[in-house]
Design a protein around this ligand. Structure first.
Ligand SMILES: Cc1cc2nc3c(=O)[nH]c(=O)nc-3n(C[C@H](O)[C@H](O)[C@H](O)COP(=O)(O)OP(=O)(O)OC[C@H]3O[C@@H](n4cnc5c(N)ncnc54)[C@H](O)[C@@H]3O)c2cc1C
Ligand SMILES: NC(=O)c1ccc[n+]([C@@H]2O[C@H](COP(=O)([O-])OP(=O)(O)OC[C@H]3O[C@@H](n4cnc5c(N)ncnc54)[C@H](OP(=O)(O)O)[C@@H]3O)[C@@H](O)[C@H]2O)c1
Length: 280
């Protein structure tokens, strides 16, 4: 598919008729949902040739003012069997891409470079009994994909989704997704009774509160979920959040005896940044 950009060319020698500029790698937006002032999700058409492993990310974007594509890394939030692609996005007020991307509507086109990559893939972990997904903010996105992949449940008996945000409203996309899974005709039978969800807030009262790091080290999450202590023989983890979060969780996991793995050398946990930078 190509992206049609209509330019009004009005020089002395050129006709006023619009000229068409085409761009490769365009996909059509099929739906958009705004969750808060700073979070939205959207779905786009999927290139027929795009194959990816759940948990990977691609580069997406819009044409820049200079005519060059303005691209950013985005985790694919949909599972690999979905006929469309879903993304879950921040809205950074002055962000070069998201200050514009947040205004997309169904029928609009975005650029999607069909070269998926990433470390948050099942192949980068050793077999085990229980898989922990540890995310803050939009770091949930790769797990929105992995939670919907039957292979996750074929490889692990139990999956624990820990997601922490400042406020309850920021948890809503993940909450709605998890709540829909047990009755999902495709994934429901895999998920039933085996996906444990532990959402917490840190700056607003809610049923469960506190940082993931604190809830793991204090044993509160384990007690609330009625799970045994984390142990490198059984537990595997995938981590996606800010740089500070990733660093602190790594320390916690290493403290439990888990080691960082990679595609080339599977071990007990893997980490990926949910974004680059230290603040908006
Ligand atoms: C591997 C990878 C995967 C990513 N996946 C996603 C995703 O699925 N969804 C998503 O919204 N973003 C994701 N990002 C971040 C994304 O690439 C962009 O940074 C984001 O879309 C903002 O783009 P921008 O041009 O508006 O602002 P940028 O100039 O890119 O960012 C400006 C500042 O905003 C803050 N920021 C950027 N992204 C986020 C975020 N997601 N959460 C909190 N603060 C942020 C940072 O402080 C950054 O310095 C990912 C980044 C990486 C490296
Ligand atoms: N102004 C606002 O209202 C607002 C709202 C959201 C985001 N932001 C900005 O956007 C940026 C990114 O936002 P974000 O929501 O993705 O990330 P964030 O605000 O840094 O954190 C999201 C969640 O992760 C927790 N967290 C942060 N660092 C951690 C660490 N080292 N270990 C364990 N848990 C940690 C936070 O807990 P704590 O609450 O305890 O820090 C919060 O619950 C931030 O830099 C922030 O300045 C601003």
């Amino acid at each position: 598919m190509t992206l049609d950009l209509t330019l009004n060319v009005t020089t002395e020698n050129a006709p006023a008729a619009p000229a068409k500029v085409t761009m490769p790698d365009a996909q059509t937006v099929t739906s958009v949902r705004h969750w808060t002032d700073s979070l939205f999700s959207f779905r786009v058409s999927r290139p027929q040739t795009l194959r990816f492993r759940s948990g990977e990310f691609v580069m997406i974007g819009l044409p820049g003012d200079n005519g060059k594509p303005l691209l950013r890394a985005y985790s694919i939030a949909s599972p690999n069997w979905d006929e469309e692609l879903e993304f879950y996005s921040i809205k950074v007020p002055d962000g070069p891409l998201t200050s514009r991307l947040q205004h997309i509507k169904p029928g609009d086109q975005i650029i999607l470079r069909p070269k998926p990559v990433g470390t948050l893939v099942l192949d980068a972990l050793l077999p085990g009994k229980r898989l922990w997904f540890l995310a803050t903010g939009t770091g949930l996105a790769p797990f929105a994909s992995l939670m919907r992949d039957p292979e996750t449940y074929e490889r692990y008996e139990q999956v624990v989704m820990m997601h922490t945000c400042r406020t309850a409203a920021e948890l809503e996309y993940g909450r709605k997704l998890v709540e829909s899974l047990e009755s999902d005709p495709l994934i429901g039978e895999f998920v039933a009774g085996r996906l444990l969800y532990y959402p917490t807030t840190t700056r607003e009262d809610s049923p469960f509160m506190g940082r993931i790091t604190d809830n793991l080290t204090s044993g509160k999450a384990l007690a609330d979920l009625d799970l045994p202590p984390i142990d490198p023989a059984n537990d595997r983890a995938m981590v996606c959040g800010s740089l500070a979060f990733n660093q602190d969780v790594k320390e916690v996991l290493e403290g439990f005896g888990l080691r960082e793995g990679a595609n080339s050398e599977p071990r007990e946990y893997v980490v990926e940044k949910a974004f680059v930078g230290d603040g908006v």
